[in-house]
Design a binder for this molecule. Structure first.
Ligand code: NAP
Ligand code: GDD
Length: 327
C-alpha cells in the first residue's frame, strides 16, 4: 500500500512529537511545519524529535504568514493534516492577548483556507481544548456543554473550533476537532504546572533548589498522558464522517494533589517545599475541569486506563534522571 502523507503543525511540541512517532509507526510519510528558527537551532528547538529526525520532512513556515502556510501545503499536498501549532500557555495569553489571538485564530484560518484551495480532500484535525469550557455550566463536560472561555487562549480555541466546523459545513471538508483535556508527559513544557512540579522536585532532590513557588493549588484538572491522547486524534481522521470529540480520563485532581504525589515519589513532603505565590494566580481562573469522553470511547473505540499515579511517577522519575539524581 502506498504511504499516506500527513502534515503536522506544531510537530516540535509535546503532542506533535508523540503524534509524529505514532504516524511513522503506522507507515505514514510525515511532514512537519516548523518555525525557521527551529531549523537553525535543531539541538534545542527540535530536541523532542531527535530520535526520528532522519525520517521526517520538515518545512519552515509561521502561523502568522498565509504565504508561508500556502507554500508548505502546496509542496506537501497532505492527505491528513493535524493542526497542533498554537501559543498554548494560558498564563502567557494574559500577558499578550494580541499575539495569542493573532497566531491561534489567523493561523487556523490560514491553514484551512490553504487546504481548501490546494488539498480540499485532506482530512483536518483541529486541536481544541477543555479551556473552551472554562467556567463550565456542567460537570462533567461533554460535546454538548456550552463554551465559556476564561482567557484569550480559550477564546482563540473556540474561534478555531468554529472555523473548523464552518469549513466542514460550508465546503464539505473533512474537519474534526478534538476537545482534549490536559495531557502531560516527560516531554511537557517546563512552564506548565505538572512539569514545573516534577522538575522542581528533581532540582530540590539534587540540592539545586530549596523551594517551589506555585499559584492556585486548588485548581482541578483532568490530567491524562499525551502519548495515549494522540491516538484519539488519528482515530478521528479515520472516521468516514468528520465530528467533534471530548478526550479525557474522567478523573479530576487538584494541583495540590499532584504536588503531594510528585514529592512523595521522591520521598519528600510537599508541605516542606511548596510556597504559594499570589503573583502566579491568573486574572480569571478555570477552577474545575472534568471530561466525559463517552462519545470518543463508543464511536472511535479509543480507551484510556493509565492511573493518575503512574503518570505522576513517570514524570518525576524522568526529571530526576535528567537532573542526575535517579530514584
Ligand atoms: P506545545 O508543546 O506548547 O507545542 C506548541 C507547538 O506550536 C510547538 O511546536 C510550537 O513551535 C508551535 N507554535 C507555536 N507558535 C507558533 C507559530 N507562531 N508558528 C509556528 N508554530 C508555532 O503544545 P502541546 O501541549 O503539544 O499542545 C498541542 C496543541 O494542542 C496546541 O494547539 C494546544 O493548544 C492544544 N492542546 C493542548 C493540551 C495539553 O494539555 N497539552 C490540551 C488541549 C489542547 P515552537 O517549538 O517553535 O515554539
Ligand atoms: N503554569 C502554572 N504554573 N500553573 C499553575 C501554577 C504555576 O506555578 N500554580 C498553579 N497553577 C494552576 C493554574 O492556575 C491552572 O489552574 C492549573 O495549574 C493548570 O495550569 P497549566 O499547567 O498551565 O495548564 P492549563 O490548564 O492552564 O492549560 C493546559 O491545558 C489546556 C487544556 O485544558 C495547556 O496545555 C493548554 O494549552 C490546554 O489547552
Amino acid at each position: 500500500m502506498p504511504e499516506r502523507r500527513a502534515l503536522i503543525t506544531g510537530i516540535t511540541g509535546q503532542d506533535g512529537s508523540y503524534l509524529a512517532e505514532f504516524l511513522l509507526a503506522q507507515g505514514y510519510e510525515v511532514h512537519g511545519l516548523v518555525r525557521r528558527v527551529a531549523l537553525e537551532d535543531p539541538e534545542h528547538r527540535l530536541s523532542r524529535l531527535i530520535d526520528i529526525m532522519d525520517r521526517l520532512h520538515l518545512h519552515a513556515a509561521s502561523l502568522e504568514s498565509y504565504a508561508s502556510i500556502h507554500q508548505v501545503v502546496e509542496q506537501v499536498r497532505p492527505e491528513e493534516c493535524y493542526h497542533l501549532a498554537a501559543q498554548s500557555f494560558v498564563s502567557y495569553a494574559f500577558d499578550d492577548e494580541f499575539s495569542t489571538l493573532n497566531a491561534n485564530i489567523n493561523g487556523t484560518h490560514y491553514l484551512l483556507a490553504a487546504l481548501r484551495r490546494l488539498a480540499p480532500a485532506c482530512r483536518f484535525y483541529f486541536a481544541g481544548s477543555s479551556e473552551m469550557f472554562g467556567h463550565a455550566e456542567h460537570v462533567p463536560q461533554n460535546e454538548k456543554t456550552p463554551f465559556h472561555p476564561r482567557s484569550s487562549y480559550g477564546i482563540s480555541k473556540v474561534a478555531g473550533f468554529e472555523l473548523a466546523r464552518n469549513y466542514r459545513e460550508a465546503y464539505a471538508m473533512h474537519c474534526s476537532s478534538g476537545i482534549l483535556f490536559n495531557h502531560e508527559s516527560p516531554r511537557r513544557g517546563f512552564e506548565f504546572v505538572t512539569r514545573k512540579i516534577t522538575s522542581g522536585v528533581a532540582r530540590i532532590r539534587a540540592g539545586r533548589a530549596k523551594e517551589l513557588r506555585l499559584g492556585n493549588l486548588e485548581a482541578q484538572r483532568d490530567w491524562g498522558h499525551a502519548r495515549l491522547y494522540v491516538a484519539a486524534m488519528w482515530r478521528m481522521l479515520q472516521e468516514p464522517s468528520p465530528d467533534d470529540y471530548v478526550v479525557s480520563t474522567g478523573e479530576t485532581h487538584s494541583v495540590r494533589e499532584f504536588a503531594e504525589k510528585a514529592f512523595a515519589v521522591a520521598g519528600l513532603d510537599y508541605r516542606d517545599y511548596v510556597v504559594t505565590d499570589p503573583a502566579l494566580y491568573r486574572p480569571a481562573e478555570v477552577s474545575l475541569l472534568l471530561g466525559d469522553s463517552t462519545k470518543a470511547r463508543q464511536k472511535l473505540g479509543w480507551s484510556y486506563s493509565l492511573p493518575f499515579e503512574a503518570l505522576v511517577r513517570e514524570m518525576v522519575e524522568s526529571d530526576c534522571r535528567l537532573a542526575g539524581v535517579p530514584l
